[in-house]
Every structure is written in structure tokens, then in C-alpha cells.
Design a protein around this ligand. Structure first.
Ligand SMILES: [Zn+2]
Length: 118
């Protein structure tokens, strides 16, 4: 249900608490009373609503920042994993090229001979 005055989502279930607009103070109203919509929006109420909206936005921003930090950590973990894998591959590559070099050095005369012949 939506407040027909301000369009905000109504709160309360009509059983434990009367259905009412969140900007209405209805602590002393019977739970099964008719839904209470807020009156014409006054300046102070508008400020209150904007303050609530601001708080909600700030909360969402904080949640987004937490998510961002979470993903940053995940990215950092992936990057360190990537570096570790690169190091492993690099070590293998260096070992491989060292072996190749050794082999190359051993077969160098043969290889250059082949090239000359070809
Ligand atoms: Zn309202």
C-alpha cells in the first residue's frame, strides 16, 4: 500500500501496528484502525522525508562501498594468484629456455652447419 499523500510505502500490518505512512507518528493509534495517510506535506515534513531519503542513499552508498571493497579484495586475490601462476610459468619458461640454450649451445655447430648446407 502506498500513502496517497506522499507516495511513500505504508508500514504496519494492521494487526500489531496500524497501517500508516512512515512520516505519520501513530504510536497511540489502535492497530486495526483505518490506514493513516500523512497530511499535506509541510516544509518540516518535507525536510524530514529528504533527510530519510538522504540517510537511505548514504546507506546504499556505504553498502556499495563495502561491495566495492569486497570486489577489490577479490581482484587483489586474483591478481596475486595470477602473479604466482606467472612466476611458476616464468620459472618453468626460464628453466625451459636455459635447457634450450644448453641444447642450442651443444648443437650450435651442427645447426649452423645445417643452415649453411641448406
Ligand atoms: Zn505519506
Amino acid at each position: 500500500m502506498i500513502c496517497k499523500t506522499c507516495g511513500d510505502d505504508m508500514v504496519g500490518d494492521g494487526v500489531t501496528r496500524v497501517v500508516h505512512c512512515p512520516s505519520v507518528d501513530c504510536d497511540d493509534v489502535e492497530p486495526d484502525a483505518n490506514p493513516i495517510h500523512c497530511g499535506p506535506v509541510e516544509k518540516s515534513q518535507k525536510v524530514d522525508q529528504l533527510t530519510v531519503a538522504l540517510e537511505r542513499t548514504e546507506l546504499r552508498l556505504r553498502q556499495a562501498e563495502q561491495l566495492n571493497a569486497h570486489y577489490k579484495k577479490a581482484v587483489e586475490r586474483l591478481e596475486s594468484t595470477l602473479i604466482a601462476i606467472r612466476n611458476l610459468v616464468g620459472v618453468r619458461h626460464v628453466q625451459g629456455s636455459a635447457n634450450e640454450k644448453r641444447v642450442g649451445t651443444l648443437d650450435e655447430q651442427q645447426v649452423s652447419g645445417d643452415v649453411h648446407e641448406g
